[in-house]
Design a protein around this ligand. Structure first.
Ligand code: SF4
Length: 135
């Protein structure tokens, strides 16, 4: 089972190989392309957590179970958790997570729920949500 903090569901959907360091992207490649993108990836079970998770593990910004930008990350988590109705302790499959994003998130919503993220202006996360709606 994977462990994701709330905002990492959408980050995983939008991930296209860019990240904070070589170790970070290698781990993210393994999670997003290797596990969630595998033929059985939609069955992957993911536990929602309120601390650093499987994506944070090799991140150069991680400080133990927290982050060197704790206020920014807490705000991202709070907005994504409210928008997706996800709470710490919940276990959800990747298929259901994608359906939940499709039902509850539009590309324009990211301007609000992802405010402050340095990857927002790159556009790939909005594109991924738009693609999900078109499938
Ligand atoms: S804009 Fe940032 S926080 Fe929002 S989904 Fe993309 S990477 Fe995650």
């Amino acid at each position: 089972m994977l462990r994701f903090r709330p905002h990492h569901f959408l980050c995983s959907l939008g991930y296209q190989g860019k990240g904070y360091s070589t170790r970070f992207t290698a781990n993210m490649d393994d999670i997003v392309f290797g596990r969630l993108g595998a033929s059985t990836g939609e069955d992957t079970q993911i536990e929602v957590v309120g601390v650093s998770d499987d994506i944070c593990s090799p991140c150069p910004h991680r400080r133990g179970e927290n982050c060197d930008k704790p206020d920014k990350i807490a705000a991202l988590d709070r907005r994504h958790a409210e928008h997706l109705d996800l709470r710490a302790g919940r276990v959800i499959g990747w298929h259901e997570a994608r359906e939940r994003i499709r039902r509850r998130v539009t590309p324009q919503d990211l301007d609000v729920i992802c405010e402050g993220c340095e990857w927002l202006d790159a556009g790939m996360c909005k594109q991924a949500v738009a693609k999900l709606h078109s499938e």
